[in-house]
Write a protein that binds this ligand. Structure first.
Ligand code: SP5
Ligand code: ZN
Length: 346
């Protein structure tokens, strides 16, 4: 397995996120990737390598060019407003919500931020663009290594994560949708049908929305029930896709407190649906915030369960790209991610 790790990830280091009216320390921290990197190295899992340059043409096929332009210039615009802004990160405080216009780009910077950000929990920092771009390159290179036959499986070990980011929006700690980029790269390399299987605790709303009207990319997500869990406003079972994509989206919401036995039944259901769709290659949006010790999530998976997750995924027998998504029990991340990969490779 080739592991493309993001050498720029530390440049994205949010300081605080908004939670219940207060700014609190970020959960999505650089130590996350470091712990996974060290665990893979220590256990000798895969071959660690750095990605090449990002493919801007591929990025523009998944994300709107005006959104990419905004991300590229946002920090400079923020500092231009006031050099003292160096000391704080960009968070939105106003949105084009109910009854307001989303189609016009305002000139006011804060108004622009609210047009692209859907929550106040996702700080944009000095190095966010650089880190996100290098992460996109990890996902792209992982997909292409597998598509070319260089490797049967690969991983994008990266942060910030991606599955909450849509064509023209960010949130949920995500800016560029790495899993979607990997899926598109697999399609472009010749796979007629591909699937994204999202096992992160949170619904992959960005990935779902990117592919919602397409039949060539099947999206399946098992996640905390959006009636009580983030991202709240998408991820229900009645979202089936539309147009050419009707039947190519599967949501399996599960209640807070779900244990491994119940979760595994949902995973098997999603895997059966991927098989029925006829996918020739698979992207796994690998969040391990399903762990019982996760500080922001409510499933009950234990460390010894993760190898069995990898085994089940391997049972599909597909060329597979793992893309790192969430997981915030920082000290346990290495063991849990390594467990999935060891189970997959066994
Ligand atoms: C990629 C990913 O896993 N994104 C998750 C984004 C979740 N953002 C909302 C976090 C709310 C934090 N709640 C803290 C509860 C502490 N008891
Ligand atoms: Zn998550």
């Amino acid at each position: 397995m080739l592991i493309f790790h993001n050498p720029q990830h530390q440049r994205h280091a949010g300081r605080q996120e908004m939670f219940r009216g207060r700014l609190v320390d970020c959960h999505e921290v650089p130590a996350r990737q470091e712990h996974v990197f060290e665990a893979l190295k220590r256990r000798g899992i895969g071959t660690l390598q750095e990605p090449g340059a990002p493919d801007m043409a591929l990025l523009r096929r998944i994300h709107a060019p005006h959104y990419l332009d905004f991300l590229a210039r946002a920090w400079d615009d923020w500092i231009a407003l006031d050099p003292a802004n160096e000391a704080v990160d960009v968070l939105p405080s106003v949105w084009p919500g109910k009854g307001l216009r989303y189609d016009v780009e305002p000139l006011n910077f804060s108004a622009q931020v609210g047009r692209y950000a859907f929550d106040a929990g996702t700080p944009l920092t000095a190095g966010t663009w650089a880190a996100a771009l290098a992460g996109a390159a990890c996902a792209t290179d992982a997909a292409r290594a597998v598509a070319s036959g260089e490797a049967r499986s690969a991983m994008a070990l990266t942060r910030p994560p991606g599955h909450h980011a849509g064509a023209d929006f960010y949130g949920g700690y995500c800016f560029l949708n790495n899993s979607a980029l990997a899926a598109q790269a697999l399609r472009d390399a010749g796979a007629a049908r591909v699937a994204v299987l999202d096992v992160d605790y949170h619904h992959g709303n960005g990935t779902q929305s990117i592919f919602y009207e397409r039949g060539d990319v099947f999206t399946a997500s098992l996640h905390g029930d959006p009636r009580t869990e983030y991202p709240f406003y998408l991820g229900y079972a009645d979202e089936l896709g539309s147009g050419a994509g009707l039947g190519a989206n599967l949501n399996l919401p599960l209640p807070a407190g779900t244990d491994f036995d119940t979760w595994l039944q949902a995973l098997d259901e999603a895997i059966a649906a991927v098989r029925r769709h006829g996918a020739e290659a698979l992207v796994v949006a690998l969040g391990v915030d399903t762990f019982e010790g996760d500080p922001i999530s409510k499933f009950k998976l234990r460390a010894e369960d993760y190898p069995r997750v990898g085994e089940r995924i391997a049972g599909l027998g597909l060329p597979t790209i793992f893309v790192m998504e969430g997981g915030y029990a920082v000290a346990a991340l290495g063991e849990n991610v390594a467990g999935v990969l060891e189970g997959y490779l066994a």
